[in-house]
Design a protein around this ligand. Structure first.
Ligand code: GDP
Length: 194
């Protein structure tokens, strides 16, 4: 898939701010520090499109990116770290649920998990949430370059077991460092577009 254009569109704290439903959209979810900003920059081949930040932000917005005027990536704030006020967290949770249940052009969730470790409780919760709402999931196992060869199969098995992985979903071994998995991500996203 050739990226001709990838640009930040807007961040939405409220559903009224979402763009129109004319293009297929894919949510990007994962714990803070999982490598989500690097993932966005790597698959779009635009450095700094998603800011790679050392200090996870405290904003709770859905961030929309336009790719080739053909589809959109929608970044979900990294969970498991930022201590945000309850009111903000609740407001975001409501918007997120509305998005997952009502957004007509929402196609699938990319759930990023750290390939080195078993998934954390909130990763499992997010996967179960997606399955509860019948959302197709692309599990992206990040930082593949950090694994020993022997652990590739073992860790994949463990992650799938812990998530209760549905074999109709997708599992992609990914490394921003090695640019591994980029084609597989796009092939899977394009397949899920229609
Ligand atoms: P985010 O908080 O999920 O957006 O994560 P970042 O993209 O900011 O990455 C968090 C840290 O992991 C940074 O220090 C990155 O350099 C590092 N990182 C991200 N992707 C990779 C990868 O594929 N391989 C390795 N070795 N490190 C990575």
């Amino acid at each position: 898939y050739t990226i001709k254009k990838a640009e930040f569109m807007l961040c939405a704290a409220w559903s009224s701010q979402w763009p129109d439903e004319s293009l297929p959209e894919f949510l990007l979810a994962g714990r803070s520090n999982v490598g989500k900003s690097s993932f966005i920059n790597t698959i779009t081949d635009v450095n700094g499109l998603a800011k790679v930040s050392a200090t996870p932000g405290k904003t709770r917005t859905l961030n929309f990116f336009n790719v080739n005027d053909e589809l959109r990536l929608v970044d979900v704030p990294g969970y498991g770290y930022a201590k945000v006020p309850d009111r903000i967290q609740q407001q975001f949770g409501e918007m997120f649920e509305t998005y997952c249940t009502e957004r007509k052009n929402f196609k699938a969730m990319c759930l990023l998990v750290d390939y080195r470790h078993p998934p954390k409780d909130d990763d499992i919760t997010m996967y179960e949430y997606a399955k509860y709402y019948h959302i197709p999931v692309i599990v992206v196992a990040t930082k593949e370059d950090k694994l020993k060869r022997n652990d590739l199969v073992k860790n994949e098995k463990r992650i799938k077991e812990d998530l209760g992985f549905d074999e109709n979903d997708y599992f992609i071994r990914f490394s921003s460092l090695k640019k591994k998995g980029v084609d597989e991500v796009w092939n899977t996203i394009l397949k899920l577009c229609d």
